[in-house]
Design a protein around this ligand. Sequence first.
Ligand code: ADE
Length: 225
Amino acid sequence: MWSATVFTLYPEMFPGPAGMSLSGDALARGIWSLETQNIREQGLGRHRAVDDTPAGGGPGMVIRADVLAASLDAHLAAEDLRPRLLMSPRGAPLTQARVRSLSTGPGVVVICGRFEGVDERVIAGRQLEEVSIGDYVLSGGEIASLVLLDACVRLLPGVMGKTDSGSEESFENGLLEYPQYTRPREWEGRSIPEILLSGDHAKIAKWRHEQSVRLTRERRPDLLP
Ligand code: ADE
C-alpha cells in the first residue's frame, strides 16, 4: 500500500480534503494510508516547546533541529525507503513528472514547516528534501502537503475511474489541455466546434492537439521547447 506519514504541528488539519472525493474513497478502500505525527510530542519542557528564536537575530521563530529529529527518529524505521519531503517555498518546484515518480514509489514522508523555517542542520542531518508547490508563501506546509498528496494519490492504480483519464490532461504531455465541451449543443448563442460533432476521430485528435499548442503558446510559453 502507498503510505504517507505527515509530521506536523497541526494534525487536526488531516485528512481534511484528502479524506473526501477521489482520494477519500481511495483511502477508505485501502489503496493508500495516511498517518500523522504531532511534532509537539517531542517538544521540550512543560510547554512542549518546538521552536526558538533565530540565531543571529531577526523576526519569528525557527523549529529546533533536536525536536524535529527526535520526532522523525521516534516514528521512522531505519529501513524506511520513502523520500522525506520538507514542504517549503525554498524547495524545488513540484512538477507532474515528480508527482508521477512519487506515486510509483512506496509513498512519502512529508514534514510540514511552520514559523520562519526549520533549523538547517536537521535538513542535512535527516536528508530532508525541500519541495515547493509554487512561488508564493503559505502560512505553513500543511496545505502544501495536502496538494502534494492529492496530486500523487489520484495517479495510484485503481483511483481514477478510467485507467488513462490522466494521460491527456495538462502537463502529462507537456502541453495544456485542449478545450472541452458537453451538452447542450447550443448554449447562450455559443455552439460546440463543428469538428467535435463530426465523428472523424483523426480530425478531432488533430484539432485538439492544435488547440493544446495554441493555449500553451498563449498562456505558458515557458513549457514549449
Ligand atoms: N510552505 C509555505 N509556503 C510553501 C510553498 N509555496 N510550498 C511548499 N511549502 C510551503
